[in-house]
Write a protein that binds this ligand. Structure first.
Ligand code: GLN
Length: 309
């Protein structure tokens, strides 16, 4: 599918780029440090097949937390709503994505929602398969289908870098093991989770996945229903309430579309029934969202009335 560079989008990217200087590339995963903080690119995929872009849209990024919404969809397809929400809640936390403090809030204990790390780890533990490799392959193949079918893989380097330093995620897992939310080997689960987070793609792929969510789970080109409509509705709701971590409220007011960010600087945006958006801008604000990516989305939302509210 061709994607055309747009002058108007280029102008907005240049304007938003000014904000990259106020952000910082994530460094708690050592391999992410290498990104250029000044990068900013965007692709917008329309349901009629048109795609417009600006910046270096071919550049690959790892999904990081954006993968959480994709594994949520797959876990719901694998296990059903009842079982998934026995293990994770529905509520936003208002805390950073890796926070541990509210894990004891529910009785019996469970993570508040599937978009924080604890919830996402619990969700990944529900992905079916005969081995870690088989489960990873199921996630990878599912993501690849959503992205339109071209070959996707994960970055071994980023996965290993996170695996070696994931002390907090290990702590979250052991806490959840104590409470029977996770019932598998923690090192194996972390291997699967860090590889899932390290799945690589470019902004075009990300926009293409966003489009499938925008079209309620249907691939607008093949007309195949890739995710059941009800499951897409659940995912989009979590994107609105928890997709931007503890900035989800302000994001809903200022931009107002379902979206999911990751610490690699990616943002996947979903404009219902219209288009999917993929953004990459690795300089992050203090909450871990792409600082220039947010500005860019804000300008787009304002100029083209994208808010769903
Ligand atoms: N892999 C990252 C982690 O678990 C994802 C976090 C994120 O993108 N916010 O820390």
């Amino acid at each position: 599918m061709p994607c055309y560079s747009s002058d108007k989008l280029n102008e907005l990217v240049m304007e938003a780029k000014k904000y990259t200087a106020q952000g910082k590339v994530a460094d708690y995963i050592p391999a992410l440090k290498k990104e250029n903080p000044n990068d900013l690119s965007i692709a917008i995929f329309h349901s009629d097949g048109k795609c417009i872009s600006a910046g270096e849209v071919e550049k690959k990024i790892t999904l990081q937390s954006i993968s959480k919404v994709l594994t949520l969809a797959l876990a719901l397809m694998d296990c059903g709503e009842k079982r998934v929400f026995e293990k994770v809640g529905y509520e936003p936390t208002g805390d950073p994505f890796n926070s541990i403090v509210k894990l004891e809030l529910y009785n019996p204990s469970k993570p508040l929602n599937p978009m924080i790390n604890a919830g996402a780890l619990a969700v990944t533990s529900m992905i079916k398969g005969s081995s870690i490799n088989d489960r990873l392959e199921r996630i990878r193949a599912f993501v690849q289908r959503l992205a339109g079918g071209q070959q996707l893989s994960y970055s071994e380097e980023v996965a290993r870098s996170e695996f070696e330093t994931a002390y907090l995620n290990r702590a979250l897992c052991y806490f959840m093991m104590e409470h029977k939310i996770i019932e598998e080997n923690v090192e194996e689960l972390l291997e699967l989770y860090t590889k899932q987070c390290a799945i690589e793609m470019n902004c075009l792929d990300l926009a293409r996945i966003g489009l499938v969510f925008a079209m309620n789970g249907e691939d607008p080109f093949t007309k195949e229903q890739l995710i059941p409509k009800d499951i897409v509705r659940i995912c989009k709701t979590f994107m609105v309430t928890c997709g931007m971590y503890n900035a989800a409220g302000e994001f809903a007011v200022r931009i107002g579309i379902p979206a999911k960010s990751g610490v690699s600087g990616g943002i996947m945006g979903v404009v219902p029934n219209r288009f999917g958006i993929g953004i990459f801008g690795p300089a992050l604000d203090e909450k871990g969202n792409s600082i220039a990516g947010l500005k860019l989305l804000e300008m787009l939302s304002e100029q083209y009335s994208l808010s769903i509210f």
